[in-house]
Design a protein around this ligand. Sequence first.
Ligand code: ATP
Ligand code: MG
Length: 425
Amino acid sequence: MPSTRKVRVYRFIEKTALAVFVVWSGGLAVLFALDRIAGHELLAGIGVDIFILLLILVIQQTIDSWLVMSFSQSDLTQKDVFESLYERSPVGYLTLDTKGRVVNVNPSAVNLLQGSMDSFAGVNFYNFIKDEGEVDLEVLERKVEAGLTVNDMEVPMETIAGNYIWVMVSVSPYRNSGERLVSLIDITEKKNIDTAKSEFVALATHQLRTPIAAIRWNVELLERSLKTIKTESQTRYLAKIERNVLRMINLINDFLSVSKLEMGTYAAEAVSLDLSEFFESVVDEFVEKINEKQIALDRHEVPAHAVINTDSRLIHIIVSNLMSNAVKYSKTNGQLTFSYQLSGSSLQIVVADDGIGIPEGELDKLFTKFYRASNAQSHQTEGTGLGLYIVKQSVEQLGGGITVQSGEDKGARFVVTLPVSVVSA
Ligand code: ATP
Ligand code: MG
């Protein structure tokens, strides 16, 4: 491998040759245009040009082959390559000991956390995390200590300069068992955009409520004033308008709740709820579709008429979305099971169908925003891929969990478990 100096000399010759080539060609063209050189002199000039070009090519080839050599018979060890990446990476990296104390830091991390190299000595990494219920710090600490991998955790942090930022944190064991490598990616802007989007949805849906309420009110007035004289088809049209206005009101309220959940401003409102009555009304929303597809509905409610204290809007979002999916992805003559079981203060709701199912490899992405499984897309059923995302947000807001069992053409079974306060069982 030639020395760096030799490479630089060759690069210099290459650049000089290029400059000579440009000046020489330009001069030749001007002289020829002014008729100051004869044909054979022009040919000689072009010959010189070709020579310079060849020279440049040879120099470039030589330098390239040196570079290839330098990588293959590397005198750079893997460690050197890694350290050079660590130093120059646009991603922030920190090396921690098992207790989270900073051992090493790269310039990007220093930049991101707005400090200087010295300001990290002996500092505990967890001190940067602003714990506002967003992160389970204890779980993170335990995972880091045990040498487990943490992937893409979105964490709010306070920089050394006192600014509030959002960072995507990943942690993996590093070099020896006593060190952990932490990567930090700044996602503050993305989070700000997400918040702006949620605020926009909240604002837009909020403003939509007034005109829709006016439509509903006027449809009711029209219905009353036409009470005796309306024809059969007018009655049908009015009923259709009313049903769809109600659907729209529900949708708007759901969107509003979701944007509030995302912004962390959702205020839960517990009311007492007779489970059987409540679920009856939710199932009722889908009765037309169920009849149309001739789906057999199987309901098990244990115990019947249990009353609990909970946020009815969130439960409505959860059950109506699961039911809507079960009906939508069922085949004609399919089977749909809806059941709940209240044991102690734990409520388990099951919505299962024997429809098109979800390919097993896609189950882990099911609850992400806008995700639609490949088979659902090819069946061309309508959908935005927001339903299950909204369900998950609502389940988490209630402190519960949701699981799914499915496979392509094997139906789907969703189980929601919620902690509830029981009024009477
Ligand atoms: P929408 O936002 O209108 O509800 P969607 O139904 O497509 O649209 P989700 O409810 O979030 O969206 O569901 C996401 C995806 O999960 C669906 O597109 C479908 O692929 C799959 N899925 C959900 N429930 C079922 C089910 N019961 N059977 C089969 N696939 C399902
Ligand atoms: Mg859906």
